[in-house]
Design a protein around this ligand. Structure first.
Ligand SMILES: *Cc1c(COP(=O)(O)O)cnc(C)c1O
Length: 383
């Protein structure tokens, strides 16, 4: 039987392997393994792509998020204890980063249709203690629209985008500064992840911070390099070592040229699923009005409950279709947060989603395979 893997990384990188191999050799032979032009060229490429004024490479996406918020603490823009609104159904990295900087997450249930934080959600939870909001472009759909831009502006909130899953997504609304139109350059700062399975993935860990704010960019650069702004001159005590490697920069520079085609291909797969999946107990994800808002990092359907999900996934497995769940346990229910005041509330939408979501393969499926997946979905009945 033909097996359809959830994400086959070797297959994903195969079409650009010759270019990747040339880049790897170039860096290996260069003798420059930290910093240098491979990194700065890639950072410039990110700026040209997204429209952000500054890009700073980091070791991974979690560190990109952490360094932005530590940067705002170091420059006095935020104070320890300030609250950051974030969707309760996000990946835990968003929350880890907020607490790392000495800030307090303020979880908000997402909109059940988009599965994203909404303007109403922000409006309902904003208080004097809330100083920032973190839109997470979960599953590749950009969490940004006119209403969110209005709420953010009217409350004077800082916006930090978690773009780990959504590089290349474009909202129809303008950003807080009024002009940008790509994820990562909509708010005051954005964090990208190049984890291998992300839409643009490195051959290992990698990430980047995007911002228009020169002071923040400098703080992030220093923080990521032992807190030093130049050799043996340390200006921030909270420094760490989280730099983007030249070898990953070189690989990512190749892959970034394929960003448009990656988005297009993922939209094609999503369109096949949307057209062919027809099972009245399987709820398909909403398709946004403008196609570019979604880069389909994940195609997430909903089944009636947790028990059904077991049966659904087993059925697909028997048909050779590998699936995943993003995510079965929401952050506020993770053991590490037992006792946190912000984790004590009930988040009904988040818990409902955690029981019901299933991610279908997108990254490396052919048209024929997508049709097979849809047929397998349609063949499932609640036992
Ligand atoms: C992957 C991911 C991160 C963390 O990125 P890493 O590069 O794995 O550290 C953060 N937030 C979200 C939403 C993610 O999906």
């Amino acid at each position: 039987m033909k097996r359809i893997s959830f994400c086959d990384l070797a297959k994903l990188n195969l079409p650009m392997m010759a270019e990747i191999e040339r880049s790897l050799l170039r860096v290996a032979r260069s003798g420059r393994y930290i910093g240098g032009t491979e990194v700065s060229d890639f950072e410039e490429k990110l700026c040209r792509l997204t429209g952000a004024g500054y890009a700073v490479g980091t070791g991974n996406g979690l560190d990109a998020l952490k360094l932005i918020m530590r940067g705002w603490i170091a420059t006095g823009v935020l104070q320890y204890g300030d609250e950051v609104i974030v969707a309760a159904n996000t990946y835990i990295a968003s929350i880890l980063a907020i607490e790392d900087a000495g800030l307090v997450p303020r979880l908000v249930d997402p909109d059940p249709e988009t599965m994203l934080l909404s303007a109403e959600g922000i409006e309902r939870h904003v208080t004097d203690k809330v100083k920032a909001v973190m839109p997470v472009h979960l599953y590749g759909r950009v969490d940004w629209n006119e209403d969110i831009a209005d709420v953010v502006r009217s409350h004077g909130l800082l916006v930090i985008e978690d773009c780990a899953q959504a590089i290349g997504a474009r909202p129809s609304a303008a950003g807080v500064c009024g002009r940008r139109n790509m994820a990562g350059a909509l708010g005051h700062a954005g964090a990208l992840s190049f984890y291998p399975t992300k839409n643009i993935g490195a051959l290992g860990d990698a990430g980047a911070v995007l911002t228009d704010d020169k002071e923040l960019a400098q703080a992030v650069r220093a923080l990521s390099n032992y807190g030093s702004d130049r050799r043996y001159h340390n200006i921030i005590a909270e420094g760490c070592n989280s730099r983007l490697d030249p070898i990953q920069s070189a690989v990512l520079s190749v892959k970034l040229d394929y960003l448009e085609s990656v988005g297009r291909r993922r939209r094609e797969v999503a369109a096949i699923y949307d057209r062919l999946i027809d099972n009245f107990v399987v709820v398909k994800p909403e398709i946004p009005e403008t196609a570019e808002e979604h880069v389909w990092h994940q195609y997430v359907v909903k089944v009636p409950d947790r028990w059904c999900r077991e049966s659904f996934r087993q059925h697909l497995e028997r048909k050779g279709v590998q699936t995943d769940v993003h995510y079965a346990v929401p952050p506020h229910l993770q053991p590490c947060y037992r006792g946190r005041i912000w984790a004590q509330q009930e988040f009904h939408v988040t818990c409902d989603l955690a029981d019901r979501v299933v991610s279908l393969p997108v990254a490396t499926v052919s048209d024929d395979e997508a049709v097979m997946v849809a047929e397998a979905v349609n063949g499932w009945r609640i036992p």
